[in-house]
Design a binder for this molecule. Structure first.
Ligand code: TRP
Length: 337
């Protein structure tokens, strides 16, 4: 094996939907880690606007959200020089491959997807075919790049499993073509719960606005949300079963300060929950301040953002072209002469 092959980095692909502002949960659980992976892996990060239209979108909002999401991604530390950062609809190979893969995906497999069942219950007036075939497009996203690893949250595990099965089936039918991707479970990733209902994941769709912190919230808003966070009736800052509210606050505090649970417990020994909640709010606000500043700077420079999207999408296209050609040859389409 040549030295170059030996040192070849594994390839990571992940996608995020262009809906709303990232939450502290998205940030700590996913996006922040995406930035950290850039050193050790070849990273490809995609804003999945094709997936977004499986639910009703106002075109102007989708366009604005896609730009904003891209700017947030860069503000969170994804370097468009180091990684491929692009917009899904700008590389037509995703949709092309999705069709081919849909012919190696069984109806019954898709029909088992729990997210499809949830989403069709929530959008009963718009159960479109795209909602049903959503996981095939996601498989195409990943397989078009022969990604080795896919950082995903628990809610996407079933979709990744499907992508693996489709890759294996295609390879069996047509010969080795795709890398079978593995989930990437981040050692640093932590699950952030709602500040108002710490049994539930922090989510944009939380009915209570105080449950969810957004990465672009200003300092006062962040402090207010943390001051109102639900805790418990004893008064001890320590990580223990049954103390969901405090456990969540400790997790968040640990993630933004780098302190261990023991260090946090020692720091707040003998202090009340009020002090602790203020400290968490301050630490989160301080941590997010540079992200907010960078987001503001990038948002004011649309020309730069557009140039990055153009370049990233072009790079993405170049990466998928040979893989698509191979797929087309494998299935028996006539080669381009
Ligand atoms: N379905 C993912 C989500 O909603 C987003 C996504 C689309 C994705 N394509 C992907 C994630 C490929 C990882 C890899 O979160």
């Amino acid at each position: 094996m040549s030295e170059q092959q030996e040192t070849k980095k594994q390839r990571i692909f992940s996608g995020i939907q262009p809906t709303g502002v990232f939450t502290l949960g998205n940030y700590i659980g996913a996006i922040r880690n995406w930035g950290q992976l850039q050193q050790d892996y070849e990273c490809i990060y995609c804003i999945v606007d094709l997936h977004a239209i499986t639910v009703m979108q106002k075109p102007a909002d989708l366009r604005a959200n896609t730009m904003r999401c891209y700017a947030m991604m860069l503000a969170c530390g994804i370097d468009p020089k180091q990684s491929v950062a692009f917009v899904q609809s700008r590389n037509p190979h995703h949709a092309d491959l999705s069709w081919v893969l849909s012919c190696s995906t069984m109806f019954g497999e898709l029909n088992r997807m729990t997210q499809f069942k949830d989403k069709s219950a929530r959008h009963a007036d718009n159960i479109n075919a795209g909602l049903f075939t959503y996981p095939v497009l996601m498989a195409a996203d990943i397989l078009a790049y022969n990604a080795d690893l896919v950082p995903i949250g628990a809610d996407q595990k079933q979709h990744l499993e499907l992508a693996r099965n489709v890759a294996i089936r295609f390879n069996q039918r047509y010969g080795e073509t795709f890398t079978v991707p593995e989930p990437y479970i981040s050692p640093a990733g932590a699950k952030v719960m709602s500040l108002q209902d710490p049994m539930k994941k922090m989510s944009k769709s939380d009915e209570n606005v105080n449950g969810c912190v957004y990465i672009l919230d200003d300092k006062d808003t962040i402090l207010r949300k943390f001051r109102r966070a639900v805790t418990d009736s004893d008064a001890e800052v320590c990580y223990r079963e049954g103390k969901d509210g405090i456990n969540n606050l400790m997790t968040i505090y640990g993630c933004v300060t780098g302190k261990t649970m023991d260090e946090i417990t020692a720091e707040f020994a003998g202090k009340g929950y009020g002090d602790f909640k203020t400290a968490v709010g301050e630490a989160v606000a301080d941590h997010l301040a540079p992200v907010r500043d960078e987001f503001a700077r990038l948002s004011a420079d649309k020309a730069y953002l557009n140039a990055c999207i153009d370049a990233g999408s072009e790079q993405a296209y170049r990466l998928t072209r040979p893989i698509l050609s191979k797929v087309y040859r494998r299935v028996g389409f006539i080669d381009r002469k």
